[in-house]
Design a protein. Structure first.
Length: 295
């Protein structure tokens, strides 16, 4: 950090793997950091790196106007901060939670005289402080708070503001993670199919990566169709054809002695969409099946 770069003062509550990674990036950048952790011993290495260690959450909160929270879960926030004066504080919550928890925490903070933003971290601890890794954090809630502190929030990872609804950071976070888990499920099924065959996983790996990259067009295509509600224009491989093809996938899994539990739910969804009215839905692409997921 150059002499002309502003130094900020902030508080961080929570020194798990993610909290510790956040703390180290702020300290390395020359910012004045006060930390607190329920297990005090975890703060000792950071004290050696220049952190100020508070003896209690109240002491930590009192030290600075900006308070970043990175605890185990939403209940831990209440346990640490209930009864503490938050008047005039800016609270940034980086604790993993649901959209409803983010909205409830925003109301909780506002009732206590604080501004609030919720965050969804799209990074592992090893990606924090490593811009080349591509990690970032979704933020939602008080735009004024975000704009005020954006520079210091961007030190550990990129910052992306996704709206003043405090639940939207968590919603974006979980939406992306859900897509990731679905992809992991398909990849796992693919590797299971070749298990025991004379096909090396390392030989299949580049083919999988290439194919998944080529299929990435579905992301934008689905967004356009969900916006327009036009599921039939320009369809190349329609729902009726896709459902017919699922039979081959399921039979192959049976022949290979592989459970279909990772792909059957999606197959069942497509079949249910088609069965509702083959004449109406058979010519669609698969995006219309998404509508069946809403309860």
């Amino acid at each position: 950090m150059t002499d002309n770069t502003p130094r900020y003062s902030l508080t961080l509550l929570g020194l798990g793997d993610m909290g510790t990674a956040l703390a180290r990036t702020w300290l390395a950048a020359g910012h004045r950091l006060t930390v607190w952790n329920r297990t005090a011993a975890k703060a000792a290495p950071l004290a050696a790196e220049g952190a100020l260690v508070a003896a209690s959450p109240a002491e930590a909160v009192a030290a600075n106007g900006l308070v970043v929270v990175c605890l185990l879960d939403d209940a831990s926030i209440g346990s640490a901060l209930d009864g503490i004066d938050l008047t005039g504080k800016d609270v940034v919550n980086l604790t993993t939670g649901t959209p409803a928890e983010g909205r409830a925490r925003a109301a909780w903070a506002e009732e206590r005289g604080a501004r609030f933003v919720d965050g969804g971290i799209m990074a592992t601890p090893t990606m924090i402080g490593a811009p080349e890794a591509g990690g970032y954090v979704f933020y939602s809630g008080s735009r004024a708070l975000f704009d005020t502190h954006r520079a210091v929030l961007e030190v550990p990872a990129g910052a992306r503001f996704v709206g003043e609804d405090a639940g939207h950071a968590a919603l974006h976070d979980v939406a992306l993670l859900s897509a990731m888990w679905g992809m992991f499920a398909g990849i796992s099924h693919a590797y299971a199919l070749i298990e025991g065959e004379d096909i090396a996983p390392k030989d299949l790996a580049p083919l999988l990566s290439e194919w998944l990259g080529a299929m990435g067009f579905f992301v934008g295509n689905a967004a356009e169709r969900l916006t327009s509600r036009d599921f039939t224009s320009g369809v190349v491989s329609n729902l009726a054809m896709q459902v017919t093809g699922t039979g081959t996938m399921l039979r192959t899994a049976e022949e290979q002695g592989v459970s279909t539990e990772l792909i059957s739910p999606y197959v069942d969804l497509l079949r249910r969409r088609l069965a509702a009215d083959p004449d109406v839905y058979g010519g669609e692409d698969t995006t219309g099946a998404i509508l069946l997921l809403k309860r």
